[in-house]
Design a binder for this molecule. Structure first.
Ligand SMILES: Nc1ncnc2c1ncn2[C@@H]1O[C@H](COP(=O)(O)OP(=O)(O)OP(=O)(O)O)[C@@H](O)[C@H]1O
Length: 474
């Protein structure tokens, strides 16, 4: 059984980025008290079914509609039209879901696998947000919209002078993500800053360029938007939407585990995003709660496309995060989109149980051994339909893994566990999210993010740039 040591730490692609969630201090929130799990907001299984609109439903639907239909052009950091507040401030501040104490893994202070370093060479590291709705793209997104996705122009669109840099939202192996404010429209964005020298040193040039390219291509309600990229002599910059609600990882750790319908809600949104990515022959390859952000309404945004890759057939790169790796990746076999369906199984398991199925308190090597053995112990509280789905996703046999069969992602979407999900409404964010983050919309409220020491090196430096030829697309 995993321990609280497992609960505390984020898993990173390498060992350097783990953070202790025990000491979050918000610069904005008056009180930095952690979210205390209390009584769950009502979230019935029927939340997914079509239902008559109540006043509250309409309010949420109306917020969601604004989210998905606001013209991307008006959101463009370069658009200087006066900022208007399109979003209602969330009326409620529900707390995360409480689980009874006996579900909490009980031993503390074990080392999380992400603290070990031996496998680092095998992992590519990337920093990125994701993109979807570009300045030239507007309107609602439909599933499997590969044919509709136009590649947006993102190169050299902005400069540092277009933004006022504020606090750090997160850090990675090559740089950090800042909250910034556009000087043109006063809106808030997230800018990921990657140190070129570090990217080169970690042999992540191709992955970083891939990440930018994938983000430029995609447009989906559950994928982050990349507005543009630029560079100076030392750094690469990626301008993304600021997703205010923080990471699903933090909510999950504070909640210990999610009730069945809550896990189902998030799993369903991820499934739609995977369905879309796979329809574009993009494998995501880094599914985990740390890469799932919550928007102000509580809907997911997948970020960090550092491992995303366009793969029409198969690929061989060993990359990902140990707990979530499919056996075919661990065994260095060629693999395809099937790895994302395996990872979806791991994600659902972790949301329902609070720990991953192959975690073992040891090094990534121990996790890999467990993955290859393939034995999963399902706790008795897992709903039978959920267990059935998990067994069909977390299966090493690629000829049996759901999502990888003839029916593709539709096999996953029609599984009985998802029976009450109305996929079209979910796609439109027309289903209430189970948890609405307590953020003040439109004011750059970063209270849902941990606080980090700020960067001391000045950005925007000119001069020699030995790496420029490696990042021509930025
Ligand atoms: N668009 C965004 N809005 C708000 N916060 C963001 C955004 N993008 C990233 N972050 C925050 O910054 C953190 C680091 O971002 P990201 O995962 O892209 O970097 P990374 O270098 O790939 O990280 P890691 O090394 O942990 O994989 C995220 O975990 C998240 O907390």
């Amino acid at each position: 059984m995993p321990t609280l040591g497992f609960l505390k730490k984020k898993r990173t692609k390498d060992s350097t980025g783990s953070r202790d969630l025990d000491s979050p201090t918000s610069p904005i929130k008056a009180s930095s008290s952690p979210v205390t799990p209390t009584v769950p907001k009502t979230f019935a299984e029927s939340a997914f079914a079509s239902k008559p609109s109540t006043t509250q439903d309409s309010a949420v639907a109306s917020q969601s509609t604004l989210t998905s239909t606001t013209s991307p052009k008006s959101d463009d950091p370069m658009n200087s039209s006066a900022y208007s507040q399109p979003y209602a401030t969330p009326q409620t501040t529900p707390e995360p879901y409480q689980q009874s104490p006996h579900n909490i893994p009980s031993i503390q202070n074990l080392i999380h696998p992400s603290n070990t370093t031996s496998e680092n060479q095998s992992y590519k590291h990337q920093q990125a947000g994701s993109s979807k709705a570009g300045p030239a793209n507007g309107g609602a997104v439909t599933p499997n919209a590969a044919a509709q996705a136009a590649v947006r122009t993102t190169k050299g669109k902005y400069t540092l002078n277009d933004f006022t840099i504020q606090r750090t939202l997160g850090t990675g192996s090559f740089g950090r993500v800042h909250l910034v404010q556009s000087k043109h429209n006063q809106r808030f964005y997230a800018v990921k800053v990657l140190k070129k020298a570090q990217v080169v040193k970690m042999k992540q040039v191709e992955h970083t360029n891939d990440e930018r390219r994938m983000l430029q291509k995609v447009k989906h309600p559950f994928l982050i938007t990349l507005w543009g990229t630029f560079q100076d002599a030392r750094n690469l910059y990626m301008v993304m939407d600021f997703v205010e609600g923080g990471e699903l990882f933090s909510l999950l750790r504070k909640s210990q585990r999610f009730p069945n319908p809550v896990a189902k809600f998030y799993a369903a949104e991820v499934t739609l995003a995977l369905d879309y990515l796979h329809s574009m022959n993009i494998i995501y390859r880094d599914l985990k709660p740390e890469n799932l952000l919550l928007d102000r309404h509580g809907h997911l945004k997948i970020t960090d496309f550092g491992f995303a890759k366009e793969v029409p057939d198969i690929t061989w790169t060993l990359c990902g995060t140990p707990d979530y790796l499919a056996p075919e990746v661990v065994a260095s076999k060629g693999y395809n989109k099937s790895v994302d369906w395996w990872s979806l199984g791991i994600l659902i398991f972790e949301m329902l149980c609070g720990f991953t199925p192959f975690w073992d308190g040891g090094s990534p090597m121990k996790i890999y051994e467990n993955i290859l053995k393939g034995r999963v112990k399902y706790p008795p509280y897992i709903h039978p339909d959920a267990q059935d789905l998990l067994q069909k996703l977390i299966t090493p046999d690629l000829t049996k893994r759901l999502g990888n069969l003839h029916g593709g992602s539709k096999d996953v979407m029609t599984h009985p566990w998802f029976a009450e999900v109305t996929w079209e409404r979910l796609q439109k964010k027309d289903i209430d999210a189970p948890y609405v983050p307590p953020v003040r919309a439109g004011v750059g409220d970063a209270s849902q993010f941990d606080k980090y020491p700020e960067e001391t090196e000045a950005y925007g430096q000119m001069g020699d740039d030995p790496h420029k030829h490696l990042f021509l697309e930025f």
